[in-house]
Write a protein that binds this ligand. Sequence first.
Ligand SMILES: [Zn+2]
Length: 366
Amino acid sequence: MGFSDFHGNAETVHRLRDMLARERFPHAVILSGARGSGKYTLALMLAQALNCLTPTETDGLPDFCGQCANCLRIAQAADLDARFAEAVETRDGMRETDKKDTRLFVQTHPDVLIIPPDPPQMMIKVDQVRRVIETIYYRPSEARERVYIFTDSAFMKEAANSLLKVLEEPPQFATIFLLSENPGELLPTIRSRAAAFALAASPVEEVERYLAKHRPEWKPQQRNLVARLCEGALGRARGFDLDSYVAARADALTMLNSALLGGEHSALFKITESYRAGAEGRQKTEHLLRTLYSLLRDLIFLNSGAPGLVHNTDIQSQLLRLAEVADFDWITAASDRLAEVERGMRRNLLRTLSLDAFELALEKGA
Ligand SMILES: [Zn+2]
């Protein structure tokens, strides 16, 4: 266990570790990158390296053992989704009056506080930043360095202003990590007080090699598909729900086949029938819409002579047949119809009705 378990972005990791080595690690660090690019994993590793009780060196740079009391407790926060769900559940179980005053945190070590966006708005709130301010100027109790990890850059205005005050007087024994998919969301005054590092997407081949190790049950063709769909985000690729995707895509293909090539109507009827009930049906419909977009996008790439950009590489021959009959105008109109269905879903119209309408619109030549 150590930095060698972090995949991709070797140069950025090297620079961060080099700052650890020179004991010039910044008080505030922005880690930016797409969902699944490893921002959170890297922040936790750095928190471990800052606080490891038996620090080691690899490649001449600081590393962490992964086994001491500090490393182990910090690592318990690694599954952020699970820890977040637990925190939400605990709060939901509280009395109404307490619920209102309880802000969400993930904490598995007394000196490492993880601050996720607070539902239902999914934004960082001022009371969460207040908790940071209450503790950040005290010496850590069991670590060398207090660590705060904001897992999202969507701050309520007052919360952002409070954070800015902390950054204006950086505390001595603390490091703040700000994770962001879009650092432009952060106040410029916050950005100017933090050192920023961007985690780039990994090339398709690198994701494929990574998946060969972590999802050996997938065939090479499936690994290539997932690598392309996840656009270089290793974390997303590793946890990708391939079965759901393939199921939704089969339905999406039936719809496109029926519209463009006059495929079987009974098959189509079965599909729209199966998208009826409740929350589960809603999620299923969302998957279907996403895969429809993904297929339409691939058709555009095929029609504009850029097959290298196609995501759904494993069904290329089927896509080629569709691309022959779908011209650019048809694809554009179909995308517009899809957007309408999505708007309808947001307004909570009957889902099957709008799916039927979509299919009908497609058949009329959109
Ligand atoms: Zn350790």
